[in-house]
Design a protein around this ligand. Structure first.
Ligand code: ATP
Ligand code: MG
Length: 145
């Protein structure tokens, strides 16, 4: 779901709740980019640095600018800490109806090998954590280094 965002970045609690999310990150898609949002600035900074270094090796989406996003709530609002990232086509969407595709396993294992060769152990292997950019498999969840 791609949404328009106010400048400076601001979003309703309901719209934020509709975005794709995992245990740590909520992803606000804005056009062909998105904001990877975290509740804590230290966690955001760590994931930002990791994604940047993996992106430089072609192993993760390119990312830039760290920003704060205001989430409107009934009790005044809160801040989440984000960085901009290029969007990937997430594997669980790509293979939603073709989960048994051999390409899925080949590409995932090849990504795992490329990550290992770059010194990264990919432990949290599931189809919500990797995807494709221009047909190339990349890691989208750099947690677990
Ligand atoms: N670069 C991206 N492009 C497209 N979708 C993304 C991107 N980054 C995150 N997402 C979406 O947001 C979801 C949560 O992101 P991510 O996996 O980074 O969060 P997490 O909280 O670390 O996840 P987990 O629950 O696996 O620990 C992903 O499963 C995916 O659907
Ligand atoms: Mg994840």
């Amino acid at each position: 779901m791609s949404i328009a965002l106010d400048v400076p970045a601001k979003l309703s609690h309901a719209a934020y709740g509709d975005c794709a999310c995992g245990a740590d990150c909520t992803f606000i898609q804005v056009g062909d980019r998105g904001l990877k949002c975290y509740n804590n600035s230290n966690i955001r900074d760590r994931f930002y640095r990791l994604q940047r270094s993996l992106a430089a090796k072609g192993l993760a989406p390119a990312c830039d600018d760290c920003v704060e996003v205001k989430i409107d709530t009934s009790c005044g609002g809160r801040t989440v800490y984000a960085f901009w990232s290029v969007c990937a086509d997430v594997a669980c969407d790509v293979y939603a109806t073709t989960n048994r595709s051999p390409k899925r396993l080949t590409d995932r294992d090849d990504l795992k090998d490329r990550l290992l060769r770059a010194g990264y152990s990919w432990l949290d292997i599931h189809d919500g954590n990797w995807g494709y950019i221009n047909g190339r498999a990349v890691l989208i969840d750099v947690a677990g280094y």
